[in-house]
Structure formats: C-alpha cells, structure tokens
Design a protein. Structure first.
Length: 153
C-alpha cells in the first residue's frame, strides 16, 4: 500500500512524537508536508494497539476550508500554509478512547488511464509519505478525603 517517496513529496513529523493530554482538552496534531504536485491528497488515520489503521479524514492539498470527519465529528482537519504547508488534525474534547497512534499520509496520485498497460509503470503509480504521532489521553480522577485528626491529650 505504501510506496517509496520522492524528494518533493513528503511529510515531516512534529518535533515530539508523543502528546499527552487530559480528558476534555482539545488536541492539535500537526503534520507538515512538501509537494509540488497538483493531485495531492492528505490522509489521517489512527491505530489502536494490536488493531488495524482506521481511516479518519482525507483532504486535498488545495482545499481552503476545514473538513469534519464522518467517523467522529470531534475530528476536524485544516490545511494551512505557513513556512511549510500543514495538514493539522484537531480533536475537540479529547476522550480516553482517542489514545492511539495517529498517521498523517501524503499521496500523490498518478495519471489516470483506462488502459491496464500503465498499471506497472512507476510513473503512473501513487507515491506515499507518512508521519505518525502517538497520542495519549489521560483520565484523571481526583478524590477528596477528610483529613484524620488525632485528638490532643
């Protein structure tokens, strides 16, 4: 499924690859990418331990509006152009069940043809780059107890 990446089509991970948040907080997962292609698609996936990657969102590199995930409406993605291009995934009101490994993938789609003869030609195949971030949502329970007092003599 994942092919080798060309130098002009790549994603870069954040400086830190692990994020720890508390339930209810918003989380922003950043992914920068570099591409000179017109037919670029950016994907976000998540993977639970011992599970298969789960598709969350797909966005075109030229999109200018935030997209909401059909998997979970708390997940939105937006593309911004700063020093580098970014496709950022925002999770509003994070839950413990959001703790997972998150993948950002860039796919440059090749030329389309009805002819099967091009299917093995690498010039017509997709190239993919991927980045991953581990997200850990902690559930914090605070219990208050009465202080025991020792009677004075």
């Amino acid at each position: 499924m994942f092919a080798d990446v060309t130098a002009v089509n790549k994603t870069e991970p954040n400086k830190g690859t692990s994020i720890i948040k508390t339930e209810g907080e918003s989380v922003m997962l950043n992914c920068s990418y570099d591409s000179d292609g017109e037919n670029v698609r950016l994907y976000w996936y998540r993977q639970y331990p011992n599970g298969e990657p789960q598709y969350l969102l797909r966005e075109g590199a030229r999109s200018n509006k935030a997209q909401r995930s059909v998997v979970d409406p708390r997940f939105t993605v937006s593309i911004t152009k700063r020093e580098q291009n970014h496709v950022d995934l925002k999770i509003s009101s994070a839950a413990v069940s959001d703790s997972a490994l998150y993948y950002c993938a860039l796919v440059r789609e090749g030329a389309r043809s009805n002819s099967a003869k091009h299917s093995s030609d690498p010039r017509f195949q997709s190239s993919t780059s991927r980045m991953l971030t581990e997200l850990i949502i902690s559930s914090v329970t605070v219990q208050a107890r009465k202080k025991k007092t020792i009677p004075s003599k």
